[in-house]
Design a protein around this ligand. Structure first.
Ligand code: ZN
Length: 370
């Protein structure tokens, strides 16, 4: 009788068994969703419940939901929000909801239920983190709203009430015995709130690709963190018009080496799909296929350093079809499905390939990246 040979890894998602059989690794991916997220009523606002309805209908229609593990969100506690936000801000959002809602700034509106929904948005990312850290799933995507990455410790802004990804990151540091977490933010806007939350925290690496100059006006290459955390904020401000090639170049040449050097134990992603070429809020040229390529790079990094642990948190993305297909493509990558449906394809506008080499060289120099 021959001795059983151990399985060995062959390509990313496959194993070769001792007998030479090629086995697909079952990669359980979870999703957080709850109809409560539709109750944050913003009226005619571009950030509205239709976004999550479009995503959930497409996942349902295409049968993807059956391939995923549902995770039920809970509300974040005020103590958990306080890991990031000061009490005055939390009670202000509570008070505005009690009064029936209203505008918190020129862009950010809330309804009577929005405080509760926002607790569930932050809680949803915490629940996704718990599911990944307990090993129930390898990765999880929290399909939540309101989004979070602009919310600072003291104020709501840019459609965001509480900073979901920052709250979950602080939670994971405090409760899951983690020492190093990377946050990768590919929303087209700079996540000023997330940057601020961890600017002096050496346990968190924050990388952001965003259009610049653009809202909210932060995220310059010189913003690199402070004190002992110098170097753990990596900003990649890109000129309008960048597409899949430029983003992939950034992910290969800046994000990957920065993450490799940091060796995170968990990766959180602020996934905003507003760099899509059809999205009306910005001027980037990314396609659904391009988002899949970025998520593939992130997944490779997570496989390398974090036992595959990824928690993705929905941020922006305002063209319903582009958003839904790009979220689906993200799940396909998490599941190891190789074919990506991209019905919108490439932008019909022909942008010249932008040279981002001088910018990337400068960022590499500032951060002493290989
Ligand atoms: Zn955005």
């Amino acid at each position: 009788m021959t001795r059983m040979q151990p399985a060995r890894r062959w390509r990313e998602n496959w194993l070769v068994s001792g007998e030479g059989k090629i086995l697909k690794i079952l990669m359980k991916a979870g999703f957080v969703y709850d109809p409560i997220y539709l109750k944050h009523d913003t009226g005619q606002h571009v950030e509205n419940a239709g976004r999550l309805e479009a995503i959930s209908s497409l996942l349902e229609e295409t049968g993807l939901t059956q391939q995923l593990t549902p995770i039920k969100p809970r509300a974040a506690s005020v103590d958990e929000l306080s890991l990031v936000h000061d009490e005055q801000h939390i009670s202000h959002v509570f008070d505005v909801a009690q009064r029936g809602g209203g505008w918190l700034d020129a862009d950010t509106v809330m309804s009577v239920d929005s405080y509760e929904v926002a607790l569930y948005a932050a809680g949803g990312v915490i629940t996704a983190t718990e599911a990944v850290m307990s090993g129930e799933v390898a990765s999880a995507f929290a399909l939540v709203r309101p989004p979070g990455h602009h919310a600072t410790s003291r104020r709501a802004m840019g459609f965001c009430l509480f900073n979901n990804v920052a709250v979950a990151t602080e939670y994971a540091l405090a409760k899951c015995n983690l020492e190093r977490i990377a946050i990768i933010d590919f929303d087209v806007h700079h996540g000023n709130g997330t940057q601020e939350s961890f600017y002096d925290n050496p346990q968190v690496l924050y990388t952001s690709t965003h259009e610049s100059p653009f809202y909210p006006g932060t995220g310059y290459v010189e913003e690199t963190g402070s004190g002992v955390a110098k170097g753990t904020t990596v900003n990649i401000p890109l000129p309008a018009g960048c597409g899949d090639n430029e983003y992939l170049q950034v992910f290969e040449q800046i994000v990957s080496p920065a993450v490799r050097r940091f060796k995170p134990q968990l990766i959180l992603v602020s996934a905003g799909y507003d760099p899509h070429w059809v999205d009306g809020l910005a001027m980037m040229q990314v396609t659904t296929t391009g988002f899949a390529q970025m998520v593939r790079v992130i997944k490779r990094l997570a496989d390398e350093f974090c036992r595959g642990r990824i928690v993705i948190c929905l941020e922006g993305g305002y063209h319903l079809q582009a958003l839904a297909y790009s979220v689906k493509a993200t799940f396909d990558v998490l599941l190891g499905n190789t074919s990506i449906e991209d019905p919108l394809g490439q932008s019909p506008r022909r942008f010249q390939t932008l040279g981002v080499d001088p910018l990337l060289n400068r960022i590499r120099e500032i951060h002493a990246l290989p």
